[in-house]
Design a protein around this ligand. Structure first.
Ligand code: 13P
Length: 246
């Protein structure tokens, strides 16, 4: 099955380094001795470094956008600007936007409805913090975890045909701690019972651990932060996805 490999640059890289990275990655992918259909690659640069979505082997998406065509939304990016770049992919619901920028579930749902109506491909992120994960003590309470994740789907059309979900446990993001294979398997099974969309795992994925994670049948791809910043390391993760795919 085709794996989805996505790079979330967050607030890293400059316009110059992003351009260089994208050209290099596109070239490497073009020269990769693989079947074209073995994987789908996305890169989400920071908004100031967005560029025309006209690469051959990868798609550019936006980490964020305001749900409007244009208007008085200081500091935001809107559909009009994305259209000029030919960008039709967006991340919604990332825990950093929910927690640092206080985006509510209602606002995530509003964004989702707006961009779904515009036909965007949406990578919708969900994930719990440690207090939810540890509620059951030593023995994790999967039902409670599932109930929590369910709240992050409030107002979301889980049957949307261009929906991709990313499960990113907050305690594993940028910490170097990855969820165990069993935790990923169980949580992915639970999320797949809520929504039938392709499901990515994110949280300290790197070139060393990605093969094992991608080998799970419940994992349709990965969303990578820190380890995507270096083109060699991200390319390695893409290659690993191919190995798992054979
Ligand atoms: P890290 O890979 O740096 O843990 O980030 C994961 C993430 O938040 C991707 O969206």
């Amino acid at each position: 099955m085709q794996k989805i490999i996505a790079a979330n640059f967050k607030a890293n890289h400059t316009q110059t380094s992003t351009k260089k990275y994208l050209q290099e990655l596109d070239n490497r992918l073009l020269n990769m001795p693989l079947s074209k259909n073995s994987h789908r690659v996305y890169v989400f640069p920071q908004v100031a470094n967005l560029c025309a979505n006209d690469f051959t082997s990868l798609k550019i998406g936006t980490q964020n956008a305001y749900p409007a065509y244009n208007g008085a939304f200081t500091g935001e990016i809107t559909l009009e600007a994305l259209e000029e770049f030919g960008i039709t992919t967006i991340l919604i619901g990332h825990s950093e936007r929910r927690n640092i920028l206080n985006e509510t579930q209602a606002f995530c749902a509003e964004k989702f409805a707006f961009f779904a109506q515009k036909g965007f491909e949406i990578i919708y992120c969900v994930g719990e913090d440690l207090s939810v994960r540890q509620k059951g003590g030593q023995k994790e309470d999967l039902e409670a975890l599932k109930d929590f994740i369910q709240t992050q789907f409030e107002g979301i059309d889980t049957g949307y045909e261009k929906l991709i979900i990313a499960y990113e446990p907050i305690w594993a993001i940028g910490t170097g701690i990855t969820a165990t294979i069993e935790q990923i398997r169980q949580t992915h099974q639970a999320i797949k019972s809520i929504a039938p969309a392709p499901l990515l795992y994110g949280g300290s994925v790197n070139a060393e651990n990605s093969s094992q994670i991608l080998s799970l049948k419940e994992v349709d791809g990965v969303l990578v932060g820190r380890a995507s910043l270096d083109v060699e390391s991200f390319y390695q993760i893409i290659q690993n996805s191919y190995k798992e795919n054979k």
